[in-house]
Design a protein around this ligand. Structure first.
Ligand code: MG
Length: 414
């Protein structure tokens, strides 16, 4: 069973001398009505409206019954205005809400004729439930006027539909699922013409007690001018028969997944593809979330590898170039030799002998012998050849030393 708590307030305002508004707060039926017509006829119309719907709805407490009750109120008011010259031209708005069991749960059914309004505050957000039946609002709905223009248009007070204008009336109906914490507001234009929706929302959010909130809204409408009668009915949904819990559970059954992430089934399928012997055909050109970054990473790795290869190739080129253009005079098997390359090699490139000589290293003069043993380097082959030609040896032949002249006489100084 849905539990409700209500509060209401009505006030003549600061300009009018009588209050033509009416309100109804019964067990499960709530309404506001804004009467119009000269010589207190407006009061008669609004009072008739709430009395008739209360009685008729009690006889048939269904959504259809509520609409039928509203149409009955319309016919009654129209008939009285037609027969009583003092009441000619009277009419009234009517905005009513009823808690109705529709067979598979309860709903709040709102009906409306005229420019009184129903609002719903849910989760702190205020939204308007009803549409005004005024010339300017009809123009907005048909796209012929902007909401900004309608707010100041004179025809916003000219109603296109009221109870008592004709024998038939079209009644708007809105069905709401009552959730715990919902707050329904019914109000005549004496409130909504004076207090902005944002300020109404702020009061409804801040003041918990519905009676206090209703009185605060009336006080603010009067403070803003109070040029019309003001009537406010507030209906709070205290308990919703577990409806919030049910809705929460239904939401919980639908797992929330950030958009773009693969489902577990998609992920398993991908893993099976990757495990298989054949390449995952399904994955080719498939922009799955985890596929794209992997490809980019492979491209990055390839670029890095290419850079390394190029650097190594350049280094090898430098080494080869250096080897080709370097010569040194060194020792091979005890004799002087001309090498291409660097003494001891460079980065694994061994020097190679390009010319052997018969000059015995042992025959070389002391300091020269030491230098040649370590290797004397040159930037060109010809300069290395020149060096060899001028090597000072202690003897011209290494094999016949006994008959040789004294070493000092034969030594050629470089
Ligand atoms: Mg009014």
């Amino acid at each position: 069973m849905t539990a409700l708590r209500t509060g209401a307030a009505t006030d003549v305002g600061r300009v009018r001398t009588n209050n033509e508004d009416q309100m109804l707060v019964a067990d499960t039926l709530f309404a506001v009505a804004d009467g119009m017509g000269g010589h207190a006829a407006g009061e008669v119309a609004s009072q008739a409206a709430v009395e008739v719907i209360q009685e008729a709805f009690a006889a048939t407490p269904t959504a259809d019954g509520l609409i039928a009750a509203t149409q009955k109120a319309n016919r009654d008011i129209y008939a009285r205005a037609d027969t009583d010259p003092a009441l000619r031209g009277m009419g009234t708005t009517l905005t009513a809400a009823a808690l109705i069991d529709n067979g598979n749960g309860e709903s709040l059914v709102v009906v409306n004729v005229g420019d009184s309004r129903a609002y719903l505050l849910r989760d702190g957000e205020l939204s308007r439930v009803t549409e005004d039946h005024s010339v300017s609002e009809e123009l907005v709905r048909s796209g012929q006027m902007s909401e900004e223009e309608a707010a100041t248009d004179n025809r916003r007070h000219v109603l296109t539909r009221v109870l008592g204008m004709d024998n038939d009336v079209s009644v708007d109906r809105f069905d709401l699922d009552p959730f715990r914490g919902d707050r329904l507001l019914l109000a005549t234009d004496g409130l909504t013409n004076e207090v902005a929706d944002s300020e109404i929302a702020s009061v409804l959010r801040r003041i918990e007690d519905p009676g206090e909130a209703a009185r605060e809204l009336v006080r603010r409408a009067k403070a803003a001018g109070g040029s019309d009668n003001i009537t406010v009915v507030i209906v709070d949904v205290l308990d919703d028969d577990g409806r919030v819990a049910e809705a929460t559970e239904a939401l919980a059954r639908e797992p929330v997944r950030p958009r773009g992430l693969p489902t577990s089934a998609q992920r398993d399928a991908r893993l099976r593809d990757l495990d298989g012997e054949t390449p995952p055909v399904a994955a080719i050109g498939n922009p799955e979330v985890f596929e794209a970054p992997r490809r980019r990473r492979l491209v990055r790795i390839s670029l890095f590898g290419l850079a390394v290869v190029l650097l190594v190739a350049a280094a090898v080129g430098v080494v080869v170039f250096t080897q080709r253009n370097s010569y040194y005079v060194g020792v091979k098997s005890g004799t002087v030799a001309l090498y291409q390359g660097r003494p001891g090699g460079l980065l694994g490139f061994d020097p190679k002998v390009v010319r052997s000589t018969d000059i015995q290293v042992a025959d070389l003069e002391g300091a020269t012998r030491d230098r040649v043993t370590q290797g004397v380097t040159f930037g060109s082959r010809s300069r290395a050849e020149d060096y060899i030609e001028q090597l000072p040896t202690t003897t011209t032949t290494s094999t016949t030393t006994t008959a040789a002249p004294a070493p000092t006489t034969t030594v050629k100084q470089p």
